[in-house]
Design a protein around this ligand. Structure first.
Ligand code: SAM
Length: 296
């Protein structure tokens, strides 16, 4: 028997775990074991870890037994000088790893302006991909994954939320929203007011010990949470795409079309063929109607 081929430890052309410049590093959304070895290595070796909240990241690093070289708080409200300092360090050849409190930085989290500035200054950028609540939700939802739209957080007030939902809900895609658990019932009620039968998924505390999920129509889910109260913890909400089955054309409508074809002098066979094609209807069904209309 031929022994199995050994996988090379390092694939050729593999990106190193740390580069001078910016590494965007995903961290767990609730389960520490989801931190990848590459992410851990990057956190260990980065000259600077730019993090949303240094206390939060400090605690995560402590639990992982990682002693960072330097932690720098960097968030939405950081002054422009903080970004400038990080950019200068990277231009001087330092390796900066960007993390947020949980999941993938820049996804409803800080980092966009830093990445944009790195692009402008041609500072190298790479990512260590990993957990993100939006994908954990999508892949467990049972809703279509071939096309999806990430809407981030919905507006907090019902009026604005309804306007946003009215724009989003006709999209032919699964709509992924981050939502505060406190607003979940109100948001589901808004969805139900537009399309009560639309399937919705709620994923709560994904990857955590008390993970739960629901997939039901908007009206039923809204009623469920109205009865039981808003859930605790963090939630992802996904709205199914609108149903795309066309309403089936009636026999009467098909007969009208067949009559008008025949009035044009089209043969019975061609009339059946034309009407079936124009209405995407089964030819046998149209043929049977033609027989009823004009038996040979
Ligand atoms: N950057 C993060 C990511 O990649 O998923 C998202 C950060 S955003 C500030 C936080 C929101 O993500 C929460 O309000 C919730 O909607 C969602 N979220 C984060 N962790 C979650 C989890 N474990 N289960 C469900 N939703 C989660």
């Amino acid at each position: 028997m031929t022994p199995p081929k050994q996988m090379p430890k390092q694939m050729p052309n593999q990106m190193p775990n740390q580069i001078p410049g910016l590494t965007i590093t995903s961290t767990p959304i609730g389960n520490l074991d989801d931190l990848s070895p590459r992410a851990a290595q990057s956190l260990k070796t980065a000259d600077i870890i730019a993090c949303e909240d240094s206390r939060h990241t400090g605690m995560m690093l402590k639990r992982l037994g990682i002693v960072p070289k330097k932690l720098q708080s960097y968030h939405e409200h950081s002054p422009a000088q903080t970004r400038e300092k990080l950019l200068t360090a990277m231009q001087d050849g330092k390796a900066v790893t960007l993390v947020s409190d949980a999941g993938t930085p820049l996804i409803s989290d800080p980092g966009y302006r830093l990445v944009k500035a790195c692009r402008t200054r041609t500072i190298p950028i790479t990512a260590i991909p990993g957990p993100s609540a939006l994908l954990a939700g999508l892949v467990t939802s049972g809703l279509p994954t071939d096309r999806f739209y990430f809407a981030g957080f919905l507006p907090h007030t019902s009026k604005k939320r309804q306007t946003t939902l009215a724009t989003l809900m006709p999209l032919d895609a699964s709509i992924i929203c981050y939502e505060s658990a406190k607003r979940l019932t109100a948001t589901l009620a808004d969805i139900a007011s537009i399309a009560p039968d639309r399937l919705c998924y709620v994923g709560r505390e994904l990857t955590k010990r008390f993970e739960q999920s629901w997939l039901e129509c908007a009206a039923d889910l809204a009623a469920h949470f109205a009865d039981h109260g808003n859930p605790k913890g963090e939630v992802v909400l996904i709205i199914a795409p609108p149903p795309n089955e066309k309403p089936e054309i009636s026999d009467d409508a098909l007969i009208d079309l067949l009559r008008s074809e025949r009035k044009k002098g089209v043969s019975r066979r061609d009339a059946v063929r034309a009407v079936a094609a124009a209405t995407a209807t089964n030819k046998a069904r149209v043929y049977t109607l033609m027989l009823g209309l004009e038996s040979p």
